[in-house]
Write a protein that binds this ligand. Structure first.
Ligand code: WTA
Length: 645
């Protein structure tokens, strides 16, 4: 009976790896650790492979090298699209909800999605894109963006999606680092009542991007931008010439699927490389397992496709599982704070996945915005991106989930490709603000500062992972040495996450936040070094230091300490100019919330900035700054304390 029920539930994913009880979880977790290769081979068997692998895993964290499903051949889009057609050609694959509530939603079936993807794939081919070429996607949250990602995958090209909120400067860095040949963009993007001129930003960027040969511009805001002859093409015109049939190119399991940039604690952003086979298997498995996705449910992840959450859990995980995934173009606050709940009611959403920063701002709005809508369709809630505070957790659980819906707090990273530590909905006993337990195949380790693993419970330290999982990033594009230094050198033989964590007496994990120089602002990772170098571009600025501080809505705010060549006369004007520069170089998300002008920074004798002191000041805790006697100029600390904002 159970087998039949499972089969009816999902044709592809049959019995072996389905978890329905805590007992199943314990058994499978143990099996996944005792025999990882057998475990993942059984999961991978459920997919459509052109050729099965010779060996499941080859790895060495010292090199580092990780390969999964060696010599396996596949195309991920055959798994996300073609194989669904016999059973669900007319099922909605993507529900698209536009920015403006009065505009019509779109319902794209699996059959239609395949046709759209093939057309875009043929359009790319007609413009010279070949297997292995990098394509930059700088687009709004419109269905064409999903088609574009899958079209690259169909022909074995590597997509690099750049979040459409990034500025020209950020776009230049990312296009040049990946050596993109073609850019897919749109005339503009809607964001609430604003329109963003995407094509204008692309034009500005391309003055400094020698590898880009062509740009294809989708139409969204009807702004009719100027096209540069020979370089720019209209999406609609090009697509009308393309056939709806495009054979999928065979890729190796270890061929690149995409590059996605994430901020680093030093220097430029890191192009994390994900590959076809392992990424497909893991995003699919974690999507089905953690959310307990059931056939026919409507699933909505509110992230932007420009982030890893959008890649793994709007596109590849859900589509490979034959789910109905909702893509939302708008923002939670427009036309009013009820917009999310309006969408939940309208599309009868069953699984809703968002970020703590969104929950905190929604929580501040009057409850009447929630109460107007019927949220009975909701069954499961999720969060991602930063630690969720208990208050927000309870509000979400009580007012959105109406105490019926488990809240799954999924801890993971751009680098991990998929969920690592997360409750399994309705299976794992929840604890507010805890990501709870590792998913099968994930072997966490809590490390002390000296690099020893803390093996008991009730410990706090740094979070590392001891064993590979299929969707881990394989390298940083073009810089394997940096990959090694960033992730595999702090604790040799282990992957270092950059996060701190606590393991409590039940063995549950609570992620406490970054322990490096990355700050997470409204769920977006930003490197302090990147913001500092943008601030330093202002001609009046001599040096700066940036730290995070607790912020009610954003989780962390950005606090900049700035030294100018001359004492500023008009402090407020200068602050605005600095914010503008940062917005132009990185993007509006990186604008400092607070800017304090100082005459010096607390530095050690070797010239290292003591960020610990700056963090304390930014947090408003100036009573206990610790030992300052080792500083080059201890006097500067008093000045900083007295001028704190
Ligand atoms: C943080 C997002 C606490 C963490 C998928 C991590 C979290 C960084 C959680 C990765 C969570 C993500 N609880 N912290 N549930 N999820 N983080 O690369 O610091 O944008 O290292 O990937 O976000 O952010 P990224």
């Amino acid at each position: 009976m159970l087998m039949m029920a499972e089969k009816a539930n999902n044709r592809y994913f049959q019995t072996m790896n389905i978890i329905r009880s805590f007992q199943d979880y314990t058994t499978q977790y143990k099996a996944s650790i005792a025999n990882p290769e057998d475990f993942w081979a059984a999961v991978a068997n459920d997919f459509s492979w052109r050729k099965k692998w010779d060996k499941v895993l080859q790895w060495d964290f010292h090199k580092p090298e990780v390969k999964w499903f060696i010599n396996g051949k596949l195309n991920i889009t055959e798994n996300c699209l073609d194989r669904h057609l016999p059973e669900r050609a007319n099922q909605t694959a993507i529900i698209w909800e536009p920015n403006h509530p009065q505009d019509e939603s779109k319902y794209i079936t699996y059959k239609e999605l395949l046709e759209h993807v093939c057309r875009v794939a043929n359009m790319l081919k007609a413009h010279g894109v070949q297997k292995g070429d990098r394509v930059c996607i700088y687009m709004p949250m419109i269905p064409e963006t999903a088609y574009a990602m899958l079209a690259c995958a169909r022909i074995g090209a590597v997509h690099s999606v750049v979040f459409a909120g990034f500025s020209a400067g950020s776009l230049i860095d990312r296009i040049n680092d990946a050596g993109c040949k073609l850019v897919l963009t749109a005339d503009g993007a809607y964001r609430g009542d604003k329109t963003i001129n995407l094509k204008g930003i692309v034009d500005e960027a391309l003055e400094k991007c020698p590898t880009v040969e062509k740009v294809i511009v989708a139409e969204r805001v009807n702004s009719k931008p100027a096209l540069k002859a020979g370089r720019d093409f209209r999406w609609n015109e090009e697509i009308s010439k393309a056939s709806a049939d495009c054979p999928a190119v065979e890729t190796d399991a270890e061929d690149l699927l995409f590059i996605l940039y994430t901020s680093g604690s030093t220097g430029k952003p890191k192009g994390m490389v994900h590959t076809c086979g392992g990424y497909m298997v893991y995003t699919n498995y974690t999507f089905r397992t953690a959310f307990q996705y059931q056939e026919g449910q409507v699933y909505w992840c509110t992230a932007d496709v420009g982030w890893i959450t959008g890649h793994s859990y709007i596109i590849y995980g859900p589509l490979s599982a034959g789910a109905t995934t909702l893509m939302f173009e708008g923002i939670p606050s427009w036309p009013d704070w009820g917009r999310f709940w309006h969408v939940v009611e309208k599309h009868r959403v069953n699984i809703f996945y968002t970020a703590p920063t969104a929950i905190r701002s929604l929580e501040k709005a009057p409850l009447s915005f929630v109460k107007q809508y019927d949220l009975h369709s909701l069954k499961i809630l999720g969060t991602v991106g930063e630690p969720i505070n208990e208050e927000a957790w309870h509000w979400y659980h009580e007012h959105i989930g109406q105490k019926r819906c488990p809240v799954i707090d999924t801890w993971w990273q751009t680098e991990t490709g998929g969920f690592m530590i997360s409750p399994i909905a309705s299976v794992t006993k929840l604890k507010p603000a805890f990501a709870t337990l590792p998913l099968p195949g994930v072997q966490p380790a809590v490390m002390d500062e000296k690099g020893n693993e803390l093996t008991t419970n009730e410990v706090e330290g740094r979070l590392a992972i001891k064993f590979p999982w299929p969707s881990m990033a394989r390298t940083i594009y073009g810089d394997h040495q940096r990959f090694k230094e960033t992730y595999f050198s702090t604790f040799p033989g282990k992957y270092f996450t950059g996060d701190g964590c606590r393991r409590d007496s039940d063995g549950y994990y609570r992620i406490t936040g970054r322990v490096d120089d990355i700050i997470i602002v409204s769920g977006h990772n930003l490197g302090t070094a990147e913001i500092e170098s943008a601030i330093d571009e202002h001609s009046a600025v001599c040096e700066s230091a940036v730290v995070g501080y607790p912020h009610d809505i954003k989780g962390q705010g950005i606090y900049a300490f700035v030294i100018c060549y001359d004492k500023p006369h008009e402090e407020e004007n200068l602050r605005n100019e600095i914010r503008e520069i940062v917005s132009k170089i990185i993007g509006p998300i990186a604008k400092p919330d607070k800017i304090q002008f100082v005459s010096g920074l607390p530095k050690t004798r070797s010239g290292k900035i003591m960020r610990r002191i700056l963090r304390k000041v930014a947090e408003g805790d100036t009573t206990n700054l610790g030992d300052v006697t080792t500083l080059l100029d201890p006097g500067v600390v008093d000045e900083i304390k007295n001028g704190a904002l």
